[in-house]
Ligand binder design. Structure first.
Ligand SMILES: [Zn+2]
Length: 115
């Protein structure tokens, strides 16, 4: 039993994508194409700054502005954390991906056909 490509059904040239990527020469154009997706670098200072400023305004008696900034900071923080987890998921998918040198195709390990 071997894992085969779901597209061309060949199993002789199927590799783990991370392994294939590491085997590529440094100058290969494919290194960029098949690289692991980048981690999401969130600008956490922005939502934190907005929330801190919101608290300052609240303490100073500027309730409407303070609440607006707090809500904005929370919204941004939530949005950033969604982006960060989406990026993390893309990285995990890459780690479980396989590459077929025959067609060439990339596919998830669980989508491979067994022959
Ligand atoms: Zn294939």
């Amino acid at each position: 039993m071997a894992l085969a490509c779901p597209r061309c059904k060949d199993h002789h040239q199927v590799l783990d994508l991370p392994e294939f990527w590491k085997s590529l020469p440094r100058e290969s154009e494919l290194r960029g194409k098949y690289a692991q997706p980048a981690e999401y670098a969130a600008q956490w200072l922005l939502p934190v700054g907005a929330a801190v400023l919101g608290v300052v305004l609240l303490v100073a008696g500027q309730v409407a502005g303070g609440l607006l900034l707090l809500a904005g900071g929370a919204g941004l923080g939530f949005w950033f954390s969604r982006l960060a987890s989406a990026a993390e998921e893309a990285r995990e998918r890459w780690a479980r991906s396989m590459y077929c040198r025959q067609c060439p195709a990339t596919f998830l390990r669980e989508d491979a056909v067994t022959v």
